[in-house]
Design a protein around this ligand. Structure first.
Ligand code: FE2
Length: 249
């Protein structure tokens, strides 16, 4: 059994196309999407049109929820850009996403933590940057969820974390479409993976255990960066081009 885990596409059509091309080689049995599909100053409608035609089990990310549920005037520019451009068919598809998914006896999918799509599981933010949480904090955040593999996104930083206390593994595949960003929740900070590549993960069951592989793909990030610039988002343009955010605004 081979499962491709993608997350945080954020409307980056060019990065998604690189992933789709790579998936032809990987040939997984199943592809899952951990959410934050379309928000961002890139190609939300085109991205949603591709995703709508897949049968990928898809989790609703915090940004998917914001653009579905928040009044337009309360949205930040990242969600408003997508909300203004999504067709009713693609909005209807986005509404089919679910907060969490138990994929099988082995695999649980969520966006942030199992009970909060807007809380980091695999990063702890102290000061302006994130770092690996300790095991006690991770156990507290997963609560009663006991699936052997917990897949989450939201932080855009790839990690595989093994919890010795329970034998569980947490996989965060990183982000397909946005390698760094700044955010002001819970306070102003930035996440930086340090390269502009599109990322996703592949997990393969071997006997009773899972092996994990990170796929790190080149694509035309200069074109994505130019699109963000053209749409008035210089921070996104910098992040897409370098994988570093640079100084906080
Ligand atoms: Fe998110």
């Amino acid at each position: 059994m081979k499962v491709a885990v993608i997350s945080d596409i954020h409307g980056n059509l060019l990065a998604l196309e690189a992933v789709l091309e790579d998936l032809k080689d990987v040939s997984p049995d199943m592809i899952v999407n951990l959410g934050d599909c379309v928000s961002g100053p890139l190609w939300p409608e085109e991205t949603a049109t591709i995703l709508r035609e897949t049968d990928w089990p898809t989790v609703r990310g915090n940004h998917d929820r914001f653009l579905l549920e928040d009044p337009f005037e309360k949205m930040g520019p990242t969600d408003a850009f997508a909300a203004e451009r999504l067709s009713s068919d693609n909005l209807d598809w986005l509404r089919t996403t679910r907060a969490t998914i138990h994929l099988s006896g082995d695999i649980f999918l969520c966006h942030g933590t199992p009970d909060d799509d807007n809380r980091y599981l695999t990063e702890k933010v102290e000061g302006p940057k994130g770092h690996l949480p300790d095991e006690e904090a991770l156990l507290a955040d997963i609560g009663t969820e006991r699936s052997p593999v917990i897949c989450c996104g939201h932080t855009h930083i790839p990690r595989v974390i093994h919890l010795s206390a329970t034998g569980q593994t947490i996989l965060n595949p990183g982000s397909v479409g946005l390698p760094s960003y700044e955010d002001d929740h819970p306070h102003k900070h930035k996440m930086e993976v340090g390269s502009p590549h599109a990322r996703y993960a592949v997990m393969t069951k071997v006997g009773e255990d899972w092996n994990f592989q990170e796929r790190i793909l080149s694509y035309d990030w200069d074109a994505a960066s130019r699109e963000a610039d053209k749409n008035g988002r210089p921070g996104w343009a910098r992040a897409l081009k370098h994988g570093f955010y640079g100084p906080l605004s």
